[in-house]
Design a protein around this ligand. Structure first.
Ligand SMILES: [Zn+2]
Length: 297
């Protein structure tokens, strides 16, 4: 589903009353851009707006987010606000504990927004928000056990168990890119060695770039499948969804990933295996997911 989905226009079937009951705003906050959108209960985006992120100043960042939300709220009657932030978000979804690309350190973002906007607000990790959108409205819809892998320069993602986003005791579950896959392997920016994202992401493609491109995707796909088998040993999902920039390679990536996943799966041949699907939501998944999590707060 994309922002041009046909069922979500201002003059929707339910009319103004239904719109009032169902519209929320989702905001995807990255290191360079703030992207906000009005989203309906079916996950369709009605309108979006963007701002540059003043990444070095927490107060200005909050002001810019509030400004974008006010613009959207001036023409749509919205009931809640969801923020997807690139960083660690605490368990009660109020505070960004740490954001590597922004100046936030223990930033009480929910309070900052509720003071400025008088809208009930939830804060979520941006990868979790995007994964939630994919699980609810995209390639994982209808399935209660979904693992979403966002394969870009690293591996992000999110885990849905029993229809709920897995957040963990401290809010920082699903840092799946740092699953250790090679003991004492390649050094990772997180300070450890042998993390999954060093082998199965865009970063790995750059490291392998001295061989032919097709072989690169095959190699990255195989590492991806190996890690998926480990996740399946713990989580037993019904669907793996592969998204992110590297997923544009499509079958070049999916096919070797599925082969490796099946090969490394515990008790293979004696158990059902998860579907492996490519993501459907595109770059606005973070907006849709944050908005839907705000609706269900
Ligand atoms: Zn790491």
């Amino acid at each position: 589903m994309t922002s041009s989905a046909p069922h979500g226009t201002d003059a929707g079937a339910g009319g103004p009353d239904q719109e009032r009951a169902t519209l929320t705003i989702g905001v995807d906050i990255g290191g360079t851009k703030v992207a906000a959108g009005v989203v309906d209960a079916e996950g369709a985006i009605l309108e979006t707006t963007r701002r540059d992120t003043p990444a070095d100043d927490p107060v200005k960042t909050a002001d810019v987010i509030a400004d974008a939300v006010r613009e959207l709220a001036s023409t749509h009657d919205v009931t809640a606000l969801g923020l997807g932030a690139a960083g660690f978000v605490n368990a009660d979804r109020s505070t960004v504990m740490f954001a590597p690309n922004l100046a936030w350190r223990d930033e009480a973002l929910r309070d900052a927004m509720e003071q400025r906007l008088e809208l009930p607000t939830v804060v979520e990790n941006d990868a979790n928000a995007a994964a939630w959108a994919e699980a609810r409205f995209g390639a994982g819809r209808g399935e209660d056990y979904v693992v979403v892998l966002t394969v870009g320069t690293g591996i992000g993602g999110g885990i849905v168990v029993e229809g709920q986003l897995l957040r963990g005791r401290f809010g920082v579950a699903a840092e799946i890119g740092h699953l250790n896959i090679v003991p004492d392997g390649r050094r990772c920016g997180c300070g450890l060695q042998g993390c999954w994202e060093q082998y199965a992401s865009g970063r790995a493609l750059v490291q392998e770039a001295d061989v032919a491109a097709l072989q690169c995707f095959d190699e990255v796909g195989r590492w991806l499948g190996r890690g998926m088998a480990q996740l399946a040993a713990i989580l037993d999902p019904g669907v793996f969804v592969i998204g992110g920039g590297v997923s544009a390679a499509g079958e070049l990536l999916r096919e070797p990933a599925v082969r490796a996943y099946r090969k490394h799966l515990t008790a293979r041949g004696h158990r059902p295996t998860a579907d492996v699907r490519m993501a459907e939501m595109g770059g606005e998944a973070g907006i849709v997911g944050a908005a839907d999590l705000a609706r269900r707060r």
